[in-house]
Design a protein around this ligand. Structure first.
Ligand code: CDP
Length: 211
């Protein structure tokens, strides 16, 4: 069984996907990490994330890069959003994601195009959203916990810019997949969001089993 979880930055999709994987006993892939690894590789090689040649050259990054803590920072997120525009980059990463999804027993994947492109036939699909202000506050709290200071307005602006780029790109834009249930986490604690996610997935699995 494949569970596809898509949504914008800081919507809660990563935490929800991890919790779903634990609940259903499935492996989990955070596909954003792959794009972050490409973005960070380009930057470290002194390349330009907006240049498709530089970005494609960075797609065979070493596996060990996926453990690098620098991937988690805002700069890597912004670089990821820039390299992910290039269709050649998306094509270079597609097989790896499909192989993960198709492993025996299934998997949970989270990202921007899991339900639309990577696994359109997924057993269950969620589209997780939250307001930009709530998402900015989550990012701020996360940064404060890590001892970093940040300006709330700058974070809101960054989130809006990333949404705009992710939703309006020509290839695999961020959008609710056909058959995906919408889950708005703006006013939910993470525990409540996970409970709702599990009941939505259970209902989709139940519907599918009767088809
Ligand atoms: O954790 P957060 O939602 O901030 O970001 P992420 O999921 O790590 O993704 C970083 C960036 O990679 C996104 O803004 C997207 O532009 C891109 N991405 C994508 O295009 N397709 C995916 N399946 C996953 C991420």
């Amino acid at each position: 069984m494949i569970i596809a979880v898509d949504g914008p930055a800081a919507s809660g999709k990563g935490s929800i996907a991890r919790a779903l994987a634990a609940h259903y006993g499935l492996p989990h892939l955070d596909t954003g990490l792959l794009y972050r690894a490409v973005g960070l590789s380009v930057a470290r090689a002194g390349g330009n994330a907006d240049d498709p040649h530089d970005a494609v050259a960075a797609c065979d990054f070493p596996e060990s890069l996926l453990m690098d803590t620098e991937l988690r920072n805002e700069a890597s997120g912004a670089l990821a959003s820039r390299v992910s525009i290039h269709p050649q980059v998306r094509a270079a990463l597609i097989q790896r994601q499909r192989d993960f999804a198709m492993q025996p027993g299934g998997a949970v994947l989270d990202g921007r195009d899991i339900g639309t492109v990577i696994a359109p036939g997924a057993s269950a699909k969620l589209f997780v959203i939250a307001s930009p202000e709530v998402r900015a506050d989550r990012r701020l709290n996360e940064m404060h916990r890590n001892g970093m200071e940040a300006d709330r307005d700058a974070i809101i602006a960054d989130i809006r810019a990333r949404d705009d780029r992710d939703m309006n790109r020509d290839h695999a834009p961020l959008k609710q997949a056909e058959g995906a249930d919408l889950l708005d986490t703006s006013n939910l604690t993470i525990d409540a969001a996970v409970r709702q996610a599990i009941s939505l997935v259970d209902a989709q699995l139940d519907r599918r089993s009767k088809e």
